[in-house]
Design a protein around this ligand. Structure first.
Ligand SMILES: [Zn+2]
Length: 370
């Protein structure tokens, strides 16, 4: 069984904590029932003071357990698990108003979320309702970087008239509609741990690195083909016309295959070198060439259906594919070049040498100008 860990940022309203805990422990809200093993609260110096006053001095924690019919001490909120944001000299932060304080707090929040999500035996339930808006945003960012698939983030809402009532900490009757808690599950995309193993890197550096990585791997949004020029946005690559004819054949095969963007290559959108050499023999590559080049430009003569019947054209195919790859590799960081590179798919596991050439491009973005 996993350890359940609750993490929340709290401003000067400890109510968000009691409301959320009430929600997770109360039978009247069966949807996300959970009993926590640790409750970690992160706040400013002022927030920490109010939390301790309300939860212990004013007995709100005790009242919460009583309302939930729980034994005292069941909800594991402990004073030592209330963490305080510190400035860069280690002094407690009163309020998060300056950029510098915000950055220090963000680093501390990152550390806490990273720590608890590093243990495979935990499930983290994060709450982003408390504190200033910046804190909620920071919590979501920390979660995005460190949370695993099974961790979850929530936001708690209370009826409007209870929101600013400093004396309302949780419903007195769970079935009273006027006291109903609304909790929304926040679908944060968890990316950090799924994009890098260097999770302990300085978080600010990691955000920058991950952003760059995402940009490098962004799907191509358009592909314009004009003769032997292939372009996408400001990027473009120009191939020898004969090689362009081969690449256009492969791209058109992908487009006409009916395959989706995510097809890794199959017999419909790919073609074996032998079959491609047969298409060459049948004049298909010459047809494409003639569709965009003036007739008088030089290209190898069309194979003769009779004379060349037993001739092997696979070397022509291999040479052209290798020239295409070579040209595209001149700029291997370009998304356009990466997307156009003919990929060798091994679809037949019994014949490891047999391959299919495929250009893994989204069939829907292809536009032929000429
Ligand atoms: Zn396919």
């Amino acid at each position: 069984m996993r350890n359940e860990v609750f993490i929340a940022v709290v401003g000067t309203s400890p109510q968000v904590v009691t409301e959320a805990l009430y929600y997770f422990y109360c039978d009247a809200y069966p949807e996300h029932q959970r009993k926590f093993d640790r409750v970690i609260l992160i706040s400013t110096e002022e927030g920490q003071k109010i939390l301790k006053e309300d939860l212990w001095d004013n007995h709100k924690l005790e009242e919460l357990e009583k309302a939930l019919k729980l034994e005292p001490g069941t909800v594991p909120v402990r004073k030592l698990d209330i963490l305080c944001f510190k400035d860069n000299e280690g002094n407690p932060i009163q309020d998060l108003r300056t950029t510098e304080n915000n950055m220090n707090s963000l680093a501390q929040l990152f550390e806490v979320v990273m720590l608890w999500t590093s243990d495979p035996n935990t499930r983290v339930t994060a709450l982003l309702s408390g504190g200033r808006k910046t804190m909620s945003a920071f919590m979501a960012l920390a979660f995005q970087l460190y949370a695993r698939d099974h961790d979850e983030m929530f936001h708690v809402l209370v009826p409007d008239d209870k929101m600013y009532n400093k004396n309302w900490f949780f419903p007195s009757d769970p079935h009273n509609p006027d006291e109903k808690l609304e909790v929304s599950f926040i679908p944060v995309i968890k990316v950090g741990r799924y994009l890098t193993n260097r999770i302990t890197l300085d978080p600010f550096k990691m955000v920058k690195e991950l952003q760059e990585k995402l940009i490098r791997n962004a799907p191509l949004q358009e592909l314009k083909i004009e003769g032997n020029i292939f372009s996408s946005g400001i990027e473009k690559v120009i191939l020898e016309p004969r090689d362009a004819a081969f690449l256009r054949y492969l791209i058109m095969r992908r487009k006409d295959s009916g395959c989706n963007d995510d097809c890794p290559g199959c017999e419909k959108c790919g073609i074996t070198p032998f079959d491609l050499s047969m298409e060459y023999f049948n004049g298909k590559i010459h047809d494409i060439y003639d569709s965009f080049m003036c007739k008088d430009r030089h290209f190898a003569e069309r194979p003769d259906p009779v004379k060349d019947k037993s001739k092997d054209f696979t070397p022509v195919v291999h040479q052209s594919i290798s020239r295409i790859k070579h040209k595209l590799e001149e700029n291997e960081h370009s998304n356009l070049n990466k997307s156009l590179k003919p990929y060798k798919a091994h679809l037949d596991m019994t014949q490891r040498k047999k391959c299919w050439y495929v250009v893994k491009i989204d069939p829907l973005i292809i536009e032929i100008v000429k």
